[in-house]
Design a protein around this ligand. Structure first.
Ligand code: PAF
Length: 281
């Protein structure tokens, strides 16, 4: 596996590969890799000739300085994991390499970016659009892979792809969970032992709500999830929204869409965890 730190070096490798007619799959990450990321690499490995994984903690998508400061950084281990997962190139640029000048671009991401994470983390999705569009412009991948844990992020990236006219496929991959149901996240390492023990109740409650939803309204199901999660020590729901999976807008009735997803954000102590579940797909 090559470890590449600069854009010119990566571009020259990419143009060599393209010259040989090879397809390129890109997996953008912020490092602190876990099996969720590795499942994306595995999928990219199956679908493409060359797999590029970027490892970059993107400062422009953090609306909270403390979150950026404490975001786990495990570069050496990330490289070992990527090597054994069959990655061809780990692109690990510095902040100066990616942003020699401040990125002032503002994307018109529309209504998919205005709700949920967009409302609670102002500027977050614009930062995601900045970095992902830069990576797409550098790598020009045939396919790019994202995990469904960040369900809304995928919709935002699809919108950015449409806006910018990138010719590539955005591949959404299923959430990977611990044996006890907790969705894998780089932030899980920040949980204390007690918080780690209580955190699986987020996924457990979402699962229970599938059954509850069969005989209750959308509003009752939202209340069921919020009340149940909040009843556990150390868990506090920031929002739970049941949305149309196509456009991220909250629905009022189960019949409002053929694709219905519940998206939750929960503070476990000061660690912000997200998860989601499909009621209809
Ligand atoms: O999902 C993430 O880890 C990040 O938002 C991404 C897509 C790598 C952009 O920094």
């Amino acid at each position: 596996m090559r470890i590449v730190k600069t854009i010119p070096e990566l571009k020259s490798f990419i143009s060599e590969c393209k010259g040989e007619g090879k397809t390129i799959g890109l997996v953008p990450t912020m490092g602190a890799l876990h099996n969720g990321h590795l499942s994306l690499v595995e999928r990219a490995r199956k679908d493409n000739d060359i797999v590029v994984v970027s490892v970059f903690v993107n400062p422009t998508q953090f609306n909270n300085k403390e979150d950026l400061r404490t975001y786990p950084r495990t570069e050496k281990r990330d490289c070992e994991l990527l090597e054994s997962a069959g990655c061809d190139v780990a692109f690990i640029p510095s902040v100066e390499e990616i942003y020699p000048e401040p990125d002032t671009r503002v994307f018109d991401l529309g209504k998919v970016a205005e709700v949920m994470e967009g409302k609670h983390r102002p500027g977050h999705f614009n930062g995601v659009a900045q970095i992902v569009s830069k990576l797409f412009a550098i790598v020009e991948p045939y396919r790019a892979y994202f995990g469904e844990k960040d369900f809304q992020q995928i919709a935002v990236i699809r919108r950015m792809v449409e806006l910018e006219g990138f010719d590539l496929e955005v591949v959404a991959c299923p959430i990977v969970r611990e044996a006890d149901g907790l969705a894998l996240s780089s932030r899980n390492v920040r949980l204390t032992e007690e918080q780690r023990a209580v955190a699986p109740n987020i996924a457990k409650t979402l699962m229970e709500s599938l059954n509850f939803a069969k005989s209750h309204t959308v509003a009752d199901t939202v209340k069921f999830v919020v009340d149940k999660i909040n009843s556990y020590p150390d868990l506090e729901v920031e929002y739970y929204e049941i949305v149309n999976g196509h456009d991220m807008q909250a629905i009022g009735d189960w019949g409002d869409s053929d694709y219905v997803v519940g998206c939750v954000t929960v503070y476990c102590g000061d660690v912000r965890l997200i998860d989601n579940i499909a009621y209809k797909k």
